[in-house]
Design a protein around this ligand. Structure first.
Ligand code: ATP
Ligand code: MG
Length: 272
């Protein structure tokens, strides 16, 4: 990446405050600075409640910063941002629509004809290995298959930015690593800038070009680590390499302190 290249995602001194039900103000993010280059895969890790999901909602335009700015492709985010795809932890597929209609929904919404949208949807279903399942409904699929539908549903729009909030956390370990490999393969096709939130440091390193560690809330960037492992990667195998193990222990050192701080807060609250 050249240094003058415009970031795909930029958070500039972002602070986010929420009013709590009790009327107090809670600072979820404080002075957070972060950039993701076009085509870069960035993983975000940090203890529970540190503001990871909040960070994604600011980039997507679902929430606004209290101070500072969120920018996508150099433009301040103002409402729902075009060119940004969002994959949530829970399946955000439409339960009442068939697999094909779920995937065709984006192009239809953007005004493509039904025939063109369906053709594109069939194409993406083939890429995610779901040919033959077009007429099923989401509840007739396994969890891993539903994730594939959700992936196709996001990628069919060819987003420049893809936000993923613990997308695979509900899956069993094997399905999860298969989905990680598939995600990398699909990401190579259109190369969006990705911001991928996870609690799983192994997953973060295996997928990403850089791993950002956030502090226990209020979230700010504690440290950023470049992951220079070669691609294409196979997530099951890469974690046994020396470089992976070295990175893991280095990043875990930074993350552990924050996890312990967050944990100590919850246990001290429980005791009081
Ligand atoms: N709409 C809201 N109103 C009030 N407080 C909120 C709101 N959304 C988030 N928060 C608070 O902001 C903090 C950060 O929340 P966020 O969901 O971003 O954390 P997270 O890092 O994604 O956590 P997890 O790892 O558990 O998903 C939490 O303390 C949360 O309670
Ligand atoms: Mg979250």
């Amino acid at each position: 990446m050249s240094s003058e290249q415009q970031p795909a995602i930029e958070l500039r001194a972002v602070t986010k405050k929420f009013a709590t039900p009790g009327g107090a103000i809670y600072t979820a993010l404080a002075d957070l600075n972060l950039t993701v280059a076009p085509g870069q895969f960035c993983a975000i890790v940090g203890p529970t409640g540190c503001g990871k999901s909040t960070t994604l909602t600011l980039i997507s335009g679902l929430e606004r910063p209290s101070a500072g700015a969120a920018l996508v492709a150099g433009r301040a985010v103002n409402g729902i941002t075009p060119g940004v795809g969002f994959m949530f932890q829970n399946d955000a597929v439409f339960p009442w629509k068939s697999v094909l209609d779920n995937v065709a929904a984006g192009p239809r919404f953007r005004g493509r004809s039904k025939a063109a949208a369906n053709e594109a949807a069939r194409d993406w279903l083939r890429r995610v290995g779901l040919t033959g399942f077009e007429d099923r409904y989401p509840h007739q699929l396994s969890g891993g298959m539903r994730k594939r539908v959700a992936l196709a549903q996001s990628l069919i729009n060819e987003p420049e930015v893809l936000l993923m909030d613990e997308p695979f956390s509900a899956l069993d370990v094997q399905t999860r690593s298969i989905m990680s490999d598939e995600l990398l393969g699909l990401w190579e096709l259109t190369r969006p800038a990705v911001m991928f939130v996870t609690h799983d440091l192994e997953e973060a390193i295996a997928l990403a070009d850089k791993v950002v560690v956030l502090t226990a809330g209020p979230g700010r960037v504690k440290a950023t680590f470049d992951v220079d492992l070669p691609r294409p990667r196979r997530v099951q195998e890469i974690r046994f390499t020396d470089e992976f193990v070295r990175l893991y222990s280095e990043i875990w050192e930074a993350l552990r302190a924050e996890v312990e701080t967050a944990y100590a807060r919850t246990t001290s609250k429980a005791a009081s």
